[in-house]
Design a protein around this ligand. Structure first.
Ligand code: ATP
Length: 370
């Protein structure tokens, strides 16, 4: 089922939780609603399931306007962070519970519960109580319970937050497998960008109740339309420096240094100068967008006047090295190839790749494209 929100606004008194929000969730897709705390993700979910009414705007399931329908009339499955299982019921009874409420015949609901238990791999735990299950197992039961009514839409609100790191990874894959097997349109709320990137077909990134950008994870990462989007995605975060441009030289706002963007050849063109002239800009460079040109011995430092960075620290990671470097007053994080030979206190000459390097209007945060 396709889900559409059309110009939805939700106010709580003077707080605008969701502001003129329009989005489409295609049939059979898993879409992540991502964004910082308080940006309106849970409000959107609660509007979709009918717990909250809208201040203005409309909600459509396929072509049907469901804005005024009650939660019971919407046939939605919900999974929460805290599992919300009934402690006094067994796994089988928990999974079958929604059908019991609907007064489905006992034999049929047990059959159906066993079938769903197999789908989520808890068929061997049917007679245990929630207190006798691990966090991951409890979440599997909660997912089974949400799916037993064959919902048209599955809403998941930070379902993995209570699990330890390893189990989170396992359950991400499991949720994706179950979603693909059932084909149910799923909206998954998280503030964890890695989770969103790994699990979803696409992402809707929210900020202050509005849609900041939507698209494939790689699109948002590689083509952010604003400083907020560039900054929100990426770990370590993108390096951000305020300043201004002179052709392809980005000069820091405190004049403590500059970075040559030699690979951005377009910046040399005359019309570019006009576009950027006298503008306060924000330069943002992803940590993986630096190329190590040279490691400089102490005596040679004077020979290099461009993009000479001081190395503050180098940390070995599994597949690369993460270094903190300084130029002028600015400290940046960069990835270097494994065994780069770079050490603390070295000086290095770096160039900047075009991919992963962005320029934003410093006032509006909007990306400048050329
Ligand atoms: P989190 O990731 O922390 O759960 P969120 O993105 O889900 O945050 P919401 O819970 O949707 O954000 O809240 C959006 C805004 O609306 C916040 O400013 C919040 O304080 C406000 N808000 C949410 N529910 C209510 C309410 N019942 N009454 C008043 N304000 C509310």
């Amino acid at each position: 089922m396709k889900v559409t929100l059309k110009n939805v606004t939700k106010k709580f008194g003077s707080t605008v939780a969701v502001n003129d929000f329009s989005a489409t969730f295609p049939d059979g897709h898993l879409i992540c609603l991502l964004g910082p705390s308080g940006c309106g993700k849970s409000t959107v979910l609660n509007i979709l399931c009918g717990i909250l009414d809208v201040t203005s705007g409309q909600v459509f399931f396929d072509d049907d306007d469901v804005t005024s329908l009650s939660p019971e009339q919407r046939n939605i499955g919900m999974v929460f962070q805290n599992y919300a299982l009934y402690p006094h019921l067994t796994v089988l009874e928990n999974i079958a519970f929604p059908l019991e409420v609907q007064k489905v015949n006992k034999k049929i609901r047990i059959e159906k519960a066993k079938e769903i238990a197999e789908l989520v791999h808890v068929e061997n735990l049917l007679h245990r109580f929630p207190g006798e299950l691990s966090g991951g197992q409890q979440q599997r039961v909660a997912i089974a319970r949400a799916l037993i009514k064959n919902p048209k839409l599955l809403l998941m609100d930070e379902p993995l937050s209570n699990l330890d790191a390893r189990l989170r990874l396992e359950m991400r894959e499991e949720i994706r497998r179950i979603q693909i097997e059932t084909g149910v349109t799923t909206i998954f709320v998280t503030h964890d960008q890695d989770e969103a990137m790994s699990i979803s077909d696409s992402i809707i990134l929210m900020k202050d109740g509005v849609l900041a950008q939507e698209g494939l994870c790689t699109e948002l990462y590689n083509q952010p339309n604003s400083k907020f989007v560039a900054d929100f995605l990426g770990n370590p975060p993108i390096n951000v420096i305020e300043g201004y441009l002179e052709k392809n030289k980005f000069i820091f706002d405190d004049n403590s240094g500059s970075i040559f963007l030699e690979n951005m050849t377009d910046l040399n063109m005359p019309n570019m100068t006009k576009l950027f002239e006298n503008k306060k800009l924000t330069l943002a460079i992803r940590p993986e967008s630096f190329i190590l040109d040279k490691i400089i011995s102490k005596d040679d430092t004077d020979k290099y006047d461009k993009n000479l960075f001081q190395v503050l620290s180098v940390f070995k990671q599994t597949r690369e090295e993460l270094a903190h470097i300084k130029i002028g007053t600015k400290e940046l994080s960069i990835f270097l190839p494994d065994d780069s030979g770079v050490k603390k206190y070295d000086k290095v000459v770096l160039s900047v790749k075009q991919k992963g390097c962005f320029i934003f209007n410093a006032q509006t945060g909007e990306r400048l494209k050329w």
